[in-house]
Write a protein that binds this ligand. Structure first.
Ligand code: G6P
Length: 616
C-alpha cells in the first residue's frame, strides 16, 4: 500500500528517495512520485513502475537536497498522474499569485472529512487539480501557513479526521520536512552524515541509508531539519522517543536463485518455521510475555481478530484451541467486528493475528475490543516494532523474516506455528496437557522443518497440475474440519495471483449449492488428509466425479486414494496429525504460484492488491 520517504540533507537526495520507493514497491502501488526543493518546488510523477520514475527524474534533471517521495495505492481518485503524490498547493486565487506551489505533501491513509474541508477551501478560493483527499491537506496547510511549517501542519492536522501519515515541505523553508502520524505508520531515520535526517513509512525504505530509527507514536508530529529533529506528542508536548538500531533487511530483499519473491518465500518456510520455534525448549506461557501465566489463568474464551490470510490462520487455530485446549473460540474478520454490536466478555483473550502488525482494520478491531473493556490482548505478529505489538499486552513474534510477495505464504505457516504454541500453553495452564502430550507435540513441531522440506520436493507434481489450471477460469476447493480453512487459503492464493475465480467450501456443503457449478471445466481441489473425516470426504469426491468434475486430491501417504480417470492424486509424504494444515497448505501455495507463472501474471505484485493494508 502507499509508501512515504522524505529527507533533509546537504547532498542530492533524489537517488535515496527513489531507492527508498523501490524498497517499498513490494507493498503494492499504482503510481509514484518525487518532489524536491530546487529553487522552488520540482516534481516528477508516474503511473509506471518506480524504475521508470528514476529514468524520468534523470531526464528532467530533478535534483535537490530536501524532498519527499511516494508510492500511491489509489483510494480517492483513479490511478492517474494528476492524482499521484506529491501534491502542491496552488492558490488561493485563479492565477495563484505569489503563493503558487508553496507546500508539497505526500500522504498515506484516508481523510474522512475531506469533502467538508474541500468545500471550505474552495470557498476560500483554492482550486483542486486532483480528486484526492491528500490535496485537501496540502491546501489546508497552505491556508494556515504563516512562516512556520511545523505550526501549520500542527494546526492543519487538528482539523483532520481519519487515519493518516503525512510528510510535507515548504519552498519558503528549504531545509525542513514535517511529518505527522495518526493511524498510519511513520518512522524517523537519524542520518549518519552531514546532519541529514529522514522520514519513511517503513524502516525498510532506509535500508543502507541509516539504521538509527525512531518509531513515531500515535499523534506525534516531527520536525526534521539539518542536524536536528524535534518531536511533539498528541497533546503537542515535547516528546522523547527512543532511537533504536534496526538492522535493515536489505539482504532479505535479494531474490537469489528464485524467479519471484513468492517462490523464494514458499521455499523459505522450513527455515522460517524453524526460526519461529527456535528457543522453544518447553511449553510455558511466558513464551508470550511477562504476566502471560496470570492472563491465561483468568481467560475462559478466545476471540481471534484478523484479515486475509491471517484470518485463515485464525480459523485453523479455532480447531486447535477447541479440541486441544478445550477453550471456546470465536474468529472474526476484523473489518466486520469493528462495526458490529457484540456482547463483550472480560474473560476473553483477544488475539490479533497480523503479518505486518499495521493492518488498519485489525488495529481498529483491537482498539474496539479494548474500548469494550476487553483488555487481555495478545498478538501473533511478524513485526516486533509494529503498532499491533506495541498495543497488545502479550505477543508472540513469528520469525518469518521480511515477506515481500503480496500473497502471504511463510507468514501464514509461521503464524500457525505460533498459534499451535498458544494452544499448548493455554492447555497447559488449564491442566489439559499431560507431560507426554507436551513432549509428543514438541517432537512433532521440531520435525516440522524437515516435513516441510519433504512437501516442497513435490513441486514437479504440482507443476503438472498447474498446467491444467492455467487455462481454467473457475476452481473449487474442498476441505473438512481442520483443513477447511486450508481450502479457503488455497482458493485465496489462487484468486490473488492468477485471477482465476476460486471458491472454497466445507466439503459437506457441496450438495447445498456449489455442486450445481461442477462440470469438467471446474477443477475441484480436495484437501484430503487421513483423518477422522476422510471417509466422509471420499463420498463428497464421488459426488463430484458423478457430475463429470475433475478432482485434484492432496492425499496422505496412507489414505488409499488412487489416481484414476478424472482423479489426480498427489500423495503427501507423511500424515502429520494436528499440525497437518502447515504441510497441506504448501502444495496449494505452489499450485497458485505455478499457475500464475503459466498465465504470465505479475506474481509478486498482483493487480489491485497491496501487501500491507493501512487504510480501511
Ligand atoms: C493484505 C495482504 C494479505 C494479508 C492481509 C492481512 O490483504 O495482501 O496477504 O493476509 O492484508 O495482512 P496482515 O499484515 O494483517 O497479516
Amino acid at each position: 500500500m502507499c509508501g512515504i520517504v522524505g529527507a533533509v540533507s546537504t547532498r542530492d537526495i533524489v537517488p535515496i528517495l527513489v531507492q527508498g520507493l523501490q524498497r517499498l514497491e513490494y507493498r503494492g502501488y499504482d503510481s509514484c512520485g518525487v518532489a524536491v526543493y530546487s529553487d522552488g518546488l520540482k516534481r516528477a510523477r508516474s503511473t509506471d513502475r518506480v524504475a521508470k520514475l528514476l529514468e524520468q527524474v534523470q531526464q528532467e534533471s530533478v535534483t535537490g537536497t530536501t524532498g519527499i517521495a511516494h508510492t500511491r495505492w489509489a483510494t480517492h481518485g483513479a490511478p492517474a498522474v494528476h492524482n499521484a503524490h506529491p501534491h502542491f498547493s496552488h492558490g488561493p486565487g485563479k492565477d495563484a499569485g505569489g503563493k503558487a506551489g508553496r507546500i508539497a505533501i505526500v500522504h498515506n491513509g484516508i481523510i474522512e472529512n475531506h469533502e467538508e474541508l474541500r468545500a471550505a477551501l474552495q470557498r476560500k478560493g483554492y482550486h483542486f487539480a486532483s480528486q484526492t483527499d491528500t490535496e485537501v491537506i496540502c491546501h489546508l496547510i497552505d491556508s494556515v501557513y504563516d512562516g512556520d511549517l511545523f505550526e501549520a501542519v500542527k494546526e492543519a492536522s487538528s482539523q483532520l479526521h481519519g487515519a493518516y501519515a503525512i510528510a510535507a515541505f515548504c519552498k519558503d523553508e528549504p531545509h525542513r520536512v514535517v511529518g505527522a502520524r495518526a493511524g498510519s505508520p511513520l518512522i524517523l531515520g537519524v542520518g549518519k552524515e552531514g546532519g541529514e535526517n529522514f522520514l519513511a513509512s517503513d524502516a525498510m525504505a532506509l535500508a543502507g541509508v541509516t539504521d538509527q530509527i525512531v518509531y513515531l507514536e500515535e499523534g506525534d508530529l516531527v520536525d526534521l531539519q539539518l542536524g536536528r529533529y524535534w518531536i511533539v506528542d498528541r497533546s503537542h508536548k515535547p516528546a522523547e522517543r527512543q532511537v533504536r538500531t534496526v538492522q535493515a533487511h536489505s539482504g532479505a530483499a535479494e531474490l537469489g536463485p528464485y524467479r519471484h519473491y513468492m517462490q523464494k518465500e514458499i521455499f523459505e518456510q522450513p527455515r522460517a518455521v524453524a526460526d519461529t520455534l527456535e528457543g522453544v525448549q518447553g511449553i510455558t506461557p511466558e513464551l508470550f510475555g511477562d504476566g502471560a501465566h496470570r492472563v491465561f489463568k483468568e481467560v475462559d474464551s478466545v476471540l481471534i481478530l484478523a484479515c486475509g490470510t491471517s484470518y485463515y490462520s485464525g480459523c485453523t487455530a479455532k480447531y486447535w484451541l477447541e479440541s486441544i485446549a478445550k477453550i471456546p473460540t470465536q474468529v472474526e474478520i476484523a473489518s466486520e467486528y469493528r462495526y458490529r454490536d457484540t456482547v463483550p466478555h472480560p474473560g476473553t483473550l483477544v488475539v490479533t493475528i497480523s503479518q505486518s502488525g499495521e493492518t488498519a482494520d485489525t488495529l481498529a478491531a483491537l482498539r474496539h475490543a479494548q474500548s469494550l473493556g476487553m483488555n487481555k490482548t495478545l498478538t501473533v505478529c511478524n513485526v516486533a516494532t509494529s503498532a499491533m505489538v506495541r498495543e497488545c499486552k502479550l505477543a508472540y513474534i513469528t520469525r518469518a523474516g521480511v515477506e515481500i510477495g503480496v500473497a502471504s505464504t511463510k507468514a501464514f505457516t509461521t503464524q500457525l506455528a505460533g498459534l499451535f504454541l498458544l494452544t499448548l500453553a493455554l492447555a497447559q495452564v488449564k491442566g489439559r496437557l499431560s507431560e507426554e502430550q507436551e513432549a509428543a507435540h514438541l517432537k512433532a513441531m521440531r520435525h516440522l522443518p524437515a516435513a516441510l522440506a519433504a512437501v516442497l520436493a513435490l513441486e514437479p507434481q504440482v507443476i503438472s497440475w498447474a498446467e491444467d489450471f492455467a487455462n481454467k477460469e473457475h476452481a473449487l476447493f474442498l476441505g473438512r474440519g481442520l483443513h477447511y480453512p486450508i481450502a479457503l487459503e488455497g482458493a485465496l492464493k489462487l484468486k490473488e495471483i492468477t485471477y482465476i475465480h476460486a471458491e472454497a467450501y466445507a466439503a459437506g456443503e457441496l450438495k447445498h449449492g456449489p455442486l450445481a457449478l461442477v462440470t469438467d471445466e471446474m477443477p475441484v481441489v480436495t484437501v484430503a488428509p487421513n483423518d477422522a473425516l476422510l471417509e466422509k470426504l471420499k463420498s463428497n469426491m464421488q459426488e463430484v466425479r458423478a457430475r463429470g468434475g475433475v478432482l485434484y486430491v492432496l492425499a496422505d501417504a496412507d489414505s488409499r486414494i488412487e489416481s484414476s480417470d478424472g482423479i489426480h492424486v498427489i500423495r503427501m509424504p507423511e500424515h502429520y496429525g494436528p499440525l497437518s494444515p502447515l504441510l497441506h497448505v504448501v502444495p496449494l501455495q505452489l499450485l497458485a504460484y505455478h499457475t500464475a507463472c503459466a498465465r504470465g501474471t505479475d506474481v509478486d505484485k498482483p493487480r489491485n492488491l497491496a501487501k500491507s493494508v493501512t487504510v480501511e
